[in-house]
Ligand binder design. Structure first.
Ligand code: SAM
Length: 239
């Protein structure tokens, strides 16, 4: 499953260029039974199967050992779970400062609670919905972390202007053709006046955030300039 992360696009190149590294562990390789069984029925009955704590722990010990050999001591151990803290850019920024991370991916109905209690530092969710395994959530988080590591994106593709990096949504982007299906690009973008363009982009970021994600503005103190730019848009759109 992880081929798509490791082999494609800018994030794939970061792995090829050894800016980051990934080791994959299959709990089946750490079973002691002939059937390589990693799950069992839930105590108390009910639907689905539960991943066994002993097998997960053997897998984890091996991953910790491997990281130790690479000089990473005490890696943060993350369990992907719909019950976890919802991931956001702030958390991604914090995780990107860690030297090593271990992601535990659940399957089936989930994993034995005792493994979580004994071993997991933080539970993270990608949103209020359920997918069938922790692998895709893990890949989403790794992608978000890796794309902002130094030397992964060109300076042209800088992450600094991305949505959420400054607590606002991104401004709208345009490319050729200048006119498309009767719609022209905003004149300011053709002005060559970089100061004006910067102000327009900031104003659009503020306006899009105000309209789509007012909760983000509640968490962010606006400067006098930002308040003025946003107020201008609110007034214009009243007319
Ligand atoms: N019974 C669990 C529940 O309702 O909380 C869902 C189990 S889900 C089918 C199997 C695995 O997918 C979970 O153990 C978890 O690792 C992963 N998973 C599912 N949804 C997720 C989400 N929103 N965020 C992170 N991981 C998720």
């Amino acid at each position: 499953m992880f081929d798509i992360l490791i082999n494609f696009g800018v994030v794939g190149r970061a792995f090829t260029n050894k800016i980051c590294d990934i080791e994959l562990y299959n709990p089946r390789d750490f079973t002691t039974n002939n059937y390589k069984k990693v799950d069992d029925k839930p105590f108390g009955g009910g639907a689905g199967m539960i991943m066994k704590p002993d097998i997960l722990e053997n897998t984890l010990i091996s991953a910790i050992e491997q990281l130790k050999n690479k000089g990473v001591i005490n890696p943060l151990k993350i369990y992907l779970s719909p019950k976890g803290e919802k991931i956001n850019q702030n958390l991604i920024n914090k995780l990107s400062l860690e030297k090593g991370l271990i992601f535990v991916c659940g399957r089936y109905e989930g994993i034995d609670e005792r493994f979580i209690e004994n071993n997991v530092d933080i539970e993270l969710s990608i949103g209020d919905f359920v997918v069938s395994g922790g692998e895709l959530p893990t890949m989403i988080i790794i992608d978000a972390i890796v794309r902002q590591l130094p030397n992964v994106l060109n300076s042209e593709d800088s992450v600094i202007a991305d949505s959420f990096m400054n607590g606002l949504l991104d401004y709208p982007h345009y490319t050729t053709p200048r006119e498309y299906k009767g719609k022209n690009i905003p004149n300011v973008l053709l002005s060559g006046n970089h100061k004006q363009i910067e102000l327009w982009r900031l104003q659009m970021s503020l306006w899009h955030t105000y309209k789509r994600r007012p909760d983000l503005l509640e968490q962010r103190k606006l400067t006098d300039l930002e308040s003025r730019l946003l107020q201008e848009m609110i007034e214009q759109n009243k007319k």
